[in-house]
Write a protein that binds this ligand. Structure first.
Ligand SMILES: [Zn+2]
Length: 218
């Protein structure tokens, strides 16, 4: 289980530090272009609170989103382990099933790469949590394993309540992170000015030259 150390505020500050440490290594075009909008980043209140919502390339945004998501995930895991026994059990079982799979796409990646080009979550108003159907689908995906015992109506209701509580907890955390990010906007903005904007301008200038080059109409 994830251990949650320090206050949310301290963890936000720490993850902003780490993102700032990564930023100088970012280069445009080192990631595959996305065709779909990223549901983690598009319209994200966390990116807006950090001042990263406009004119910032998606990989730079995404690295930040995933770091903040990591804070939320760890805190929700901790909260679930302590307060939501049914959900905790279901998640543990799902993790055990996953651990038996030979290949697990998207796991063990650095935060900058997590969640890219994997299936985005379908509900934009629930950006942080799994769903019941997700847990069930996960179970059903295991071809070589016996299907888990189906839930009774009461169990389903109880589990749904716990999912709702976990979701509510995640949303509260998201709001706290947004408030805290106001303290970091300046250094985030400064770093974007130093490490991102010049590279983007260079890229646009290159593109301009290419478009002016012979062979392009008009
Ligand atoms: Zn993204």
């Amino acid at each position: 289980m994830n251990r949650v150390e320090g206050s949310i505020e301290a963890r936000v500050s720490h993850e902003v530090d780490r993102w700032l440490g990564w930023l100088p290594r970012w280069r445009p075009g080192t990631h595959r272009a996305r065709v779909r909008l990223c549901t983690r980043c598009f319209g994200s209140p966390i990116l807006a609170a950090a001042g990263l919502d406009v004119d910032v390339p998606h990989p730079v945004q995404h690295a930040f989103s995933m770091r903040m998501k990591g804070i939320i995930d760890a805190a929700v895991d901790d909260y679930t382990a302590r307060n939501l026994p049914m959900l905790h059990t279901e998640i543990r079982l799902a993790e055990e099933r996953k651990a038996r799979r030979p290949y697990r796409a998207g796991e063990g990646l650095d935060p900058e790469f997590r969640g890219l080009d994997l299936d985005p979550e379908p509900a934009p108003d629930q950006p942080f949590l799994f769903t019941l159907s997700g847990l069930e689908a996960d179970a059903a995906a295991e071809a070589n394993e016996p299907a888990p015992r189906p839930f009774t109506f009461e169990e389903k209701e109880a589990l749904r309540d716990e999912v709702r509580l976990a979701d509510e907890f995640a949303k509260q955390l998201g709001r706290r992170i947004c408030v805290e990010l106001a303290q970091h906007r300046d250094r985030i903005g400064h770093a974007v000015g130093v490490y991102v904007e010049p590279l983007v301008e260079e890229l646009l200038a290159d593109l301009d030259r290419e478009l002016d080059a012979p062979g392009w109409p008009g």
